[in-house]
Design a protein around this ligand. Structure first.
Ligand SMILES: NC(=O)c1ccc[n+]([C@@H]2O[C@H](COP(=O)([O-])OP(=O)(O)OC[C@H]3O[C@@H](n4cnc5c(N)ncnc54)[C@H](OP(=O)(O)O)[C@@H]3O)[C@@H](O)[C@H]2O)c1
Length: 301
């Protein structure tokens, strides 16, 4: 399949990796961004002119960074977090519904935050999301915004990627943890027994492209590695990859104070999520274990 892939939020951490891989596979790439750029169109242009000609697939990765430590967890910031995901996803869904030539696939990001943290419960893609806090409401609305009604739905597959924490050197959690761990000051959060659903950036990018190219893929996919791990197991693996100790735990209250308790829950609590459908559909992970993922990230730093 060749043609143009339109990527909302393609300038971000995941977006840069995705656009690079798409380009290496001879796709044309256009990015929907708030910033001007040679490959960019604005959200306003998308709303007015619709999808660029020759668009064969659409991906949405746009969203205000929730873990921006500089931003206070205020009502205004929460509104940005919400609008930047729901409005962008809805704009892309509307552009697809109105397009004369429909793209074959729409891949929309979501998160594992829709699954309620639980020590025992295991979540696969069949588990429904119910509202229990801010993030579960966000996930519900985000996924709903990707819906395309009417006959257009039969012409365009819609995949919802519920992603765990994305591990890569140049963005997300590792970018923030690299220096403390490198200095031997890393360690688990709290007692470290909370789950930490995760995926290597390469696997996430490959899963998005798998969803674009594979005509059997439609519906929800959990983008988490097969090896379920706890926060402590992640800390140990990352420290081992760096050849450093990791015995300085950070008490949960530090994150509660820094991020606000509602947001800190993303780190201080966690869900046991498995990629059941993702694997049943034939997706193969390059980095199934957390140690292999951390070693690759450190090796390529
Ligand atoms: N990274 C993770 O660990 C992780 C885990 C689970 C889910 N996700 C989700 O995956 C998506 C991509 O993640 P990422 O780590 O690549 O995010 P990112 O680096 O923060 O980039 C997201 C992009 O969204 C756009 N954006 C930011 N604020 C916006 C706003 N207020 N309104 C409209 N657009 C805005 C920006 O593009 P422009 O500046 O060009 O407009 C930015 O490049 C996000 O939706 C995120 O929630 C990420």
């Amino acid at each position: 399949m060749s043609g143009t892939v339109l990527v909302g939020g393609g300038t971000g951490f995941v977006g840069k990796h995705l656009t690079k891989t798409l380009t290496s596979k001879y796709y044309g790439v256009k990015v929907v961004s708030r910033m001007p750029g040679p490959k960019n169109i604005s959200w306003q242009e998308l709303n007015t002119n619709g999808l660029p000609e020759g668009t064969v697939a659409v991906v949405n990765l746009a969203g205000q960074n929730v873990m921006d430590f500089k931003q206070r967890w205020s009502a205004g910031f929460k509104q940005n977090v919400y609008n930047s995901r729901i409005n962008t996803t809805a704009s892309l869904a509307k552009a697809i519904a109105n397009a004369k030539h429909k793209p074959r696939a729409f891949v929309s990001m979501s998160g594992v935050g829709g699954y309620k943290p639980d020590k025992d419960k295991e979540y696969d893609e069949c588990c429904t999301v119910e509202q229990f806090d801010f993030f579960s409401k966000l996930v519900l609305e985000w996924e709903k915004a990707a819906a395309i009604d009417g006959p257009a739905r039969n012409e365009c597959r819609i995949t919802t990627i519920r992603s765990g924490v994305v591990l890569g050197r140049d963005g997300g959690m590792i970018k923030q943890l690299y220096m403390p761990f490198f200095l031997g000051l890393g360690g688990p959060v709290g007692n470290g027994t909370q789950y930490l659903p995760w995926i290597h950036i390469k696997d996430l990018v490959d899963l998005i492209i798998f969803s674009i190219e594979n005509s059997k893929v439609d519906g929800v996919l959990n983008a988490v590695a097969p090896q379920v791990c706890t926060n402590k197991e992640f800390s140990d693996a990352f420290a081992k990859a760096l050849n450093r100790p990791a015995f300085i735990p950070v008490p949960s209250f530090v994150f509660n104070m820094m991020l606000g308790a509602e947001r800190a829950k993303m780190i201080t609590e966690g869900q046991k999520v498995i990629p059941k459908r993702t694997q049943e559909l034939g997706f193969k992970f390059s980095f199934p274990t957390v140690l292999s993922a951390c070693q690759d990230i450190v090796k390529n730093s």
